[in-house]
Design a protein around this ligand. Structure first.
Ligand SMILES: Cc1cc2nc3c(=O)[nH]c(=O)nc-3n(C[C@H](O)[C@H](O)[C@H](O)COP(=O)(O)OP(=O)(O)OC[C@H]3O[C@@H](n4cnc5c(N)ncnc54)[C@H](O)[C@@H]3O)c2cc1C
Length: 388
């Protein structure tokens, strides 16, 4: 079997990269190890309105809810509300969302091969097991969109992402505080990251957390004894999600005939763990550059470096500031968090967050807040150092 571009992994980012390669003239094959696109799900399903635009699929059956704001809880239980009446984000049904992105790729001319697992890559030959049969696919370029445990990255010796957080979530019965608001809990409930509740429909929410270590232990403890969550979660669930969130891209995401994109390339926001917006943005560049390189007959690492350069200039700065904020937050004590949330609980400050808060580019609001309230930096030496 032969093609110009073979994309490994039909997650949202693989479908987007394949669509853009085909749209720009490449004969493109998208392979997925599962027999169904979009399952199993490993996502909380919150994306910004901008991310939905970036994915080019608009509103549809994949949207569960609009999100207008968030309640943020400090370790001592004090909460602030940010946001308001405007729709900032959507809660999406990932399976339907992924399937729609694949449908768009299919309509653009991408060939999709399900139940086909990539098992090796050497000299531009991708070895796969397709419906139990071993096959070879000769591809000028292989795009690794194979997620957090990317094998393509390993085969191309592209190195690892800097760190992987563990996430656990259920979708179950939960008394919502406000059906248009998510809840975020910081502190010991989820060391190194945060816990969340996300409204899906009346009486049902996704309740989960990510942590740097022992996520299951923290998750069980949270459901059993967290002062807010344990009271509102009613003990039954429909869905259970486990997954890793890769933070910090490897040094290189391209090699001769190989490109990495999405979670495989660590293109994930370190402050929220969201990878759909950043991944989709990079996938378009990957597809475009792959198609151009094939048509020029040069798929060397040197030619593909255009992808590396373009995606880094689009999001690298935000990812690296996000990584510094993430690392700094991991060093804050419970009382630091309590003081920060108390300081933010001020009408002027909450107004700034509502006006400038941007889940895809959080560094802008952090800077505005520090300008408005320099005491925020004094509250924590580590945060100050990170943002310098
Ligand atoms: C708990 C949790 C909550 C999250 N919440 C959010 C959120 O609210 N918002 C957000 O934006 N992001 C969120 N994310 C991150 C988001 O899910 C990922 O960034 C996104 O799925 C990345 O898409 P992808 O296509 O790169 O990888 P994936 O979605 O992981 O897709 C990779 C695909 O490759 C396939 N594959 C893997 N290996 C092979 C192989 N060898 N051969 C063939 N196929 C293969 C897999 O089956 C899979 O279909 C969350 C992640 C976790 C773990």
């Amino acid at each position: 079997m032969k093609c110009d571009v073979a994309v490994v992994g039909a997650g949202p980012i693989g479908s987007m990269a394949a669509k853009y390669a085909a749209k720009n003239g490449a004969d493109t094959l998208l392979i997925e190890e599962h027999q169904e696109i979009g399952a199993p799900v490993a996502c909380a399903g919150i994306i910004s309105t901008r991310a939905l635009d970036e994915c080019e699929i608009g509103l549809g059956r994949w949207i569960n809810r609009e999100v207008k704001g968030a309640f943020i809880y400090s370790p001592n239980g004090h909460s602030i509300a940010v946001g308001g009446n405007e729709t900032r984000a959507y809660v999406i049904e990932r399976k339907a969302f992924d399937q729609e992105l694949a449908r768009q790729a299919l309509k653009t001319g991408v060939d999709i091969l399900l139940k086909t697992r990539a098992v090796g890559l050497k000299n531009r030959v991708l070895e796969v097991v397709s419906y139990g049969e071993r096959l070879e696919i000769e591809a000028d370029i292989v795009i690794g969109a194979d997620g957090v445990k990317s094998q393509v990255a390993r085969w191309a010796a592209l190195g690892n992402v800097k760190k992987v957080l563990g996430g656990v979530q259920i979708e179950g019965l939960y008394e919502l505080r406000n059906p248009g608001f998510v809840e975020v809990f910081i502190g010991p409930v989820a060391p190194g990251f945060f816990a969340w509740t996300i409204p899906v429909e009346d009486g049902i929410a996704r309740v989960g957390l990510c942590a740097t270590a022992r996520p299951f232990h923290h998750f069980r403890t949270m459901l059993k004894s967290h002062p807010v969550i344990s009271k509102r979660y009613h003990g039954s669930y429909l869905d259970f999600v486990v997954g890793g969130i890769p933070l910090g891209p490897p040094e290189q995401t391209t090699a001769d005939g190989v490109m990495l994109v999405g979670d495989a390339a660590g293109q994930v926001k370190p402050t929220s763990g969201g990878g759909i917006y950043t991944g989709a943005l990079c996938a378009k560049v990957a597809g475009e550059v792959a198609a151009a390189a094939v048509s020029e007959g040069d798929t060397s690492a040197k030619r593909l470096a255009e992808y590396e350069k373009r995606w880094r200039s689009a999001i690298w700065r935000e990812l690296s500031i996000g990584m510094k904020i993430h690392e700094a937050m991991g060093k804050l004590s419970d009382s630091d968090f309590d003081r920060i949330i108390r300081t933010l609980d001020d009408t002027g400050i909450l107004g700034i967050i509502s006006q400038y808060g941007d889940m895809d580019y959080p560094s802008a609001v952090v800077k505005k807040l520090i300008l408005a309230k320099p005491s925020l930096l004094r509250l924590s030496g580590v945060l100050a150092k990170a943002l310098r």
